[in-house]
Design a protein around this ligand. Structure first.
Ligand code: GNR
Ligand code: NI
Length: 167
């Protein structure tokens, strides 16, 4: 296991479309373990492989209070969604920025687990938001894409400035 480096917006590598996992092998399980460690350390409630520069369709989430309910989804797909909710979102790839985003209130997700078995999980509230946010990452999307052009430009400039100061 390892703590992995998290790419930061507007890094163009966050825009790639992640490739499906064809076989859940030891390398995929090690990736999940390292992603979980990275997410808990950050700390965050979710992480997509693309954020740690691995272009595969793998996400981990844990929205539990005690941080003891890890869920890993391989090749996740939203197969049903209902309703709408607005939640303040943040992203480990967009540090220090929090903005409201509208998403489905309830989703049904189909995915493969770390043992290679297909499963379905219904989610609402924060878990639904988090899973949808992570699946967006796998499709090269970042939550700031839902904000106005003006806000996107401000966020990009702020993060580019931070990047320069950190060099
Ligand atoms: O840690 C995170 N918090 C969060 C809060 C509201 C909506 C979505 C998220 S996901 C984010 C971690 C992250 O960037 N995952 O990609
Ligand atoms: Ni994110």
């Amino acid at each position: 296991m390892a703590i992995l480096n998290i790419l930061r917006y507007p890094d163009p590598r966050l825009r790639r479309i992640a490739e499906p996992v064809t076989e859940v092998d030891g390398a995929v399980r090690t990736l999940i373990d390292s992603m979980a460690e990275t997410m808990y350390r950050a700390p965050g409630i979710g992480l997509a492989a693309i954020q740690v520069d691995v272009c595969r369709r793998v996400i981990v989430v844990d929205v539990s209070e005690h941080r003891d309910a890890l869920q890993a989804f391989i090749n996740p797909r939203i197969v049903e969604q209902d309703g709408l909710q607005v939640m303040e979102e943040g992203c480990l790839s967009v540090p220090g920025i929090f903005e409201p985003v509208e998403r489905a209130r309830r989703i049904l997700v189909r995915a493969v687990d770390r043992d290679g078995h297909e499963f379905e999980r219904e989610a609402d509230g924060l878990l639904a938001v988090c899973i949808a946010h992570e699946i967006d990452h796998l499709d090269g999307k970042v939550f700031v894409d839902y904000l106005s052009r003006l806000k996107q430009n401000r966020i990009r400039k702020k993060l580019e400035k931070q990047e320069k100061l950190a060099m």
